[in-house]
Design a protein around this ligand. Structure first.
Ligand SMILES: [Zn+2]
Length: 243
């Protein structure tokens, strides 16, 4: 039990050191993540808008081609009207001409709407490209700031990470799970020592009986108030040899 507690306390020390190194980076990792998301989202929007503009352009071109073809048909029908023999045939051609003219008018409206959308799309696209440029520049700056800090801490972080790996290998899975759960729930602090007869995590006073039992290092005790694992000074001293 004593060994187990020593390893857990040592693991807490190492994790606290890693937390400190992480804190040193401040808000930068979060900012870099957020900016990366913005950049990706803007790129997606730009791609989608480019496709939409291209599609509207295609539809407008098709409407153009159809209008030309309809105009040619009207010319042809008008010519045929001189050659027909019956009124019925003449009226049928008039009907065709009217239909084609109506279609041309409809297509003209379609083209106006499509061209309007294309114009608006291009304006939006320009704005999005500017936003992307700004976000990319900002990302580059923040990433560079973060890289400097990471580089400065790299050596120490690697050393501490290595120590952590060695300790984790010595702690059984169940204890590690308990430790991780408390650490997550209690702001990174899962194992604390007894300070002035109180829990080193929440400063709740401990009954003398409990302190005495705790000093025997034969059981794993948790603080009744905050749930953190409590260890005696012997454990604290002993854990120093592990690091
Ligand atoms: Zn406590």
């Amino acid at each position: 039990m004593e060994t187990k507690l020593r390893f857990l306390y040592a693991l807490q020390q190492v994790d606290s050191q890693l937390d400190e190194l992480e804190d040193f980076k401040g808000e930068l990792p979060a900012i870099v993540n957020q900016l990366t998301e913005s950049v990706n989202s803007l790129k997606t929007k730009i791609t989608e808008l480019e496709a939409e503009i291209k599609n509207n352009k295609k539809k407008s071109d098709e409407a153009d081609v159809e209008q030309i073809s309809l105009s040619e048909k009207i010319t042809k029908y008008k010519k045929q009207q001189y050659e027909v023999k019956t009124n019925k045939q003449y009226d049928a051609l008039t009907h065709e001409i009217e239909n084609s003219e109506k279609k041309i008018e409809q297509l003209t409206n379609d083209i106006i709407i499509l061209e309007g959308n294309i114009k608006l799309g291009k304006e939006d696209l320009e704005k999005l490209r500017e936003d992307l440029k700004t976000a990319e520049q900002e990302l580059e700056e923040k990433q560079a700031e973060l890289d400097v800090i990471i580089k400065e801490n790299e050596e120490e972080e690697l050393k501490v990470q290595h120590e952590r790996e060695k300790l984790v290998a010595r702690v059984n899975k169940q204890d590690l799970a308990t430790y991780s759960r408390i650490r997550k729930a209690k702001n990174g602090l899962a194992v604390v020592s007894v300070k002035r007869n109180a829990c080193g995590g929440c400063y709740n006073s401990l009954p003398p009986q409990k302190i005495q039992e705790l000093r025997q290092n034969t059981n794993m005790f948790t603080c009744e108030r905050c749930g953190r694992i409590l260890v005696s000074d012997t454990i604290v001293e002993g854990s120093k040899n592990l690091l």
